[in-house]
Design a protein around this ligand. Structure first.
Ligand SMILES: [Fe+2]
Length: 205
C-alpha cells in the first residue's frame, strides 16, 4: 500500500508546451533563414542582457509575420483546446513579434511582459543545442530566501526549466517572470517571440 503524503501543494502554475509539425517547422526555417543569417537585422538588446534582438530593429517588419502566425496556428488551436475555454470563440491578437539570437555566453535577465494589453507570451525555439536555457522564475518563492531548501526536497523551486528543443513552442501568461541562462553551446540559440492578447470574440468586436 502506498503511504499517504501529508504535504500538500497549492497555487499551481501552468504553461503550454507544444511541438510544431515537421512541415510547419520546415516552412518557418525557410521563412527566416535569410533574415536570421544577416546580423544587420539585429541590434544589441538592453543593458542587463547580452543577446541580439530584432525587437524594434528597422528591418523587423521585413519578415512576413502573417505567414509565421499561419504556421503556428495549429499549435495556437491546440493551446485553446487544452485550456478548456469558457466561450466558443476566442480572438487572438499579435501585438509584436521579434527574433532573438544568443551566441556563446549570451543570456537574458529576469523579466516579464506584464502589460494590460498583453496577457500571453509565445516563444518558439527556432534553433537550440541547449535544451535548458529558458527558465521560469518565481520571485515569490521564499524557500530559498529562508534557506528551507537547504533542509528539504521540494517539488517546487524558484526556477523551473522546461526541456525545450528546436521546433517546440511555449505559451504562458505575460506576468510570469522568466529568463534565459547563458548559452553554453558554440552554436547560436535562436528564438522567435510574440506578445499576444486573447479575449472572447464578442469583447474584441
Ligand atoms: Fe521575455
Amino acid at each position: 500500500m502506498t503511504k499517504q503524503n501529508n504535504i500538500k501543494y497549492f497555487s499551481p502554475s501552468w504553461y503550454y508546451h507544444g511541438t510544431l509539425s515537421e512541415e510547419n517547422k520546415t516552412k518557418i526555417e525557410e521563412l527566416f533563414v535569410d533574415f536570421v543569417a544577416d546580423d544587420k537585422n539585429f541590434r544589441s538588446a538592453w543593458d542587463d542582457c547580452d543577446n541580439l534582438t530584432s525587437y524594434k530593429s528597422p528591418t523587423n517588419s521585413d519578415v512576413d509575420w502573417d505567414k509565421f502566425f499561419l504556421y503556428i496556428r495549429p499549435n495556437i488551436q491546440e493551446f485553446f483546446d487544452h485550456m478548456n475555454p469558457k466561450v466558443q470563440d476566442l480572438s487572438m491578437s499579435y501585438l509584436g513579434s521579434w527574433v532573438n539570437k544568443y551566441r556563446k555566453g549570451d543570456h537574458q535577465e529576469v523579466h516579464n511582459h506584464a502589460d494590460l494589453n498583453c496577457n500571453l507570451v509565445m516563444v518558439y525555439i527556432y534553433k537550440s543545442q541547449n535544451h535548458n536555457c529558458f527558465k521560469f522564475y518565481d520571485p515569490d518563492c521564499y524557500e530559498h530566501k529562508f534557506r528551507l531548501d537547504n533542509c528539504f526536497n521540494f517539488l517546487y523551486s524558484p526556477k523551473i526549466t522546461p526541456n525545450l528543443n528546436s521546433g517546440d513552442m511555449i505559451i504562458f501568461p505575460s506576468y510570469y517572470h522568466h529568463m534565459v541562462s547563458p548559452n553554453r553551446s558554440d552554436d547560436e540559440r535562436i528564438t522567435i517571440s510574440a506578445n499576444l492578447f486573447v479575449e472572447p470574440k464578442e469583447s474584441a468586436s
